[in-house]
Design a protein around this ligand. Structure first.
Ligand code: COA
Length: 335
């Protein structure tokens, strides 16, 4: 009897689904087959904030593009809601998942990982771990899912979730106006179609800027907004150029950019430097605020609903955040 036969006979032993089912093939690509989102249940408008802070709707809209944000719900609640919709859309039963990656910098507990509880809630039987790359985390997780599929997995659930409202000082007008809570989930699956799916990814970190945006245990987040703004535009542009070059494409080929939703002026500056018309940017931050890991899938979800992202479109995801982290992914949409 070999070790795996012995393990199968042990009481309570449940083999997980994480083994590659086929040999990795160089023609295998990973593609997104389902997407779900969830937002905090309580709406807080700029007018609400102006009741308690020395700010105004006009200032917030002009300087950020945000009109309202939604807060509330735990990472587990928001993630599970988003994940169920994504799995339903992809027609993937949770039992078929090979891996769950949850990107968050605001987990409900120090440990266990949110992804372990998500796995249990969904009834999946696979490996699960959390990843913290701040607001770039969702794109980091998509890149890891793609690599796992290249290595032989079939179906990976990627979730981006954050509840920054718990780490925001609601008496500080320089940060309170910016953030909201939410989750987005995608199912990433193997496709044999070499023309579709994730074409290239880029992961970056510039740790020398770590103090520009940070949050210590037991404290509220703090940031140097002006400098974050400057560096964000720079890293978004360079990460975007890297994934385009790797795929042998140029900014003229891009149909839709899904940028991290932090500030509409950051998006405008990056689009201008990339020489991509602003109309090609998917935005949702007017009603969500900056939802960190959730912002890119929330914007992607809205763009799919609006028909802005559809079959064969070249979609560029680009995120940045505390760290300073940055990540980009270029996707030829479809299966
Ligand atoms: N309402 C009204 N006035 C405000 C304000 C608010 N909510 N927040 C700041 N101000 C004031 C400042 O105190 C300053 O006043 P002063 O000139 O009297 O000193 C003035 O508005 C201008 O502030 P400044 O910081 O220069 O504004 P800005 O144009 O840079 O916009 C941010 C501030 C935070 C909106 C902008 O810098 C930003 O979005 N940065 C990136 C932050 C970010 O994205 N973080 C997350 C990254 S994942």
């Amino acid at each position: 009897m070999n070790a795996s036969q012995l393990a199968n006979q042990l009481p309570g032993y449940e083999p997980t689904n994480n083994k590659p089912t086929e040999n990795p093939s160089i023609m295998t690509r990973a593609t997104i087959t389902g997407l779900g989102t969830a937002r905090g249940h309580k709406v807080i408008t700029n007018h609400d904030l102006a009741q308690t802070l020395d700010t105004s709707n006009e200032w917030i809209v002009e300087r950020t593009g945000i009109h309202e944000r939604r807060i509330g719900g735990s990472c587990l609640e928001l993630s599970t809601q988003a994940a169920r919709t994504a799995l339903e859309q992809a027609q993937v039963p949770p039992a078929d998942l090979n891996l769950i990656i949850c990107s968050t910098c605001t987990p409900d507990q120090v440990f266990p990982a949110v992804s372990n509880r998500i796995q249990h809630e969904l009834g999946a039987n696979c490996g699960a771990f959390d990843l913290n790359a701040a607001c770039s985390g969702f794109t980091y997780a998509v890149s890891i899912a793609e690599a796992q599929i290249a290595a032989g997995m079939n179906k990976v659930l990627v979730i981006g979730v954050d509840t920054l409202s718990r780490f925001t000082d609601w008496n500080d007008r320089t940060t309170a106006v910016l953030f909201g809570d939410g989750a987005g989930a995608v199912v990433v699956e193997k496709t044999q179609n070499p023309d579709k799916g994730i074409l290239s990814t880029y992961l970056g970190s510039e740790g020398r800027f770590a103090d520009l945006l940070s949050c210590d245990f037991g404290n509220y987040l703090q940031m140097d907004g002006k400098e974050v703004f400057r560096q964000a535009v720079r890293v978004m542009v360079s990460a975007s150029q890297k994934v385009l070059a790797e795929a042998g494409l140029t900014s003229a080929d891009v149909d839709v950019v899904v940028p991290h939703q932090a500030n509409v002026r950051i998006i405008e500056s990056a689009m201008k430097r990339l020489q991509i018309p602003l109309e090609k940017a998917a935005t949702v931050l007017a009603t969500t605020g900056n939802t960190s890991s959730a912002s890119i899938p929330l914007a992607m979800g809205a763009a799919i609903t609006d028909g802005f992202i559809s079959d064969n479109k070249l979609v560029l995801l680009v995120g940045f955040g505390a760290g300073m982290s940055v990540a980009a992914a270029l996707i030829r949409w479809g299966q």
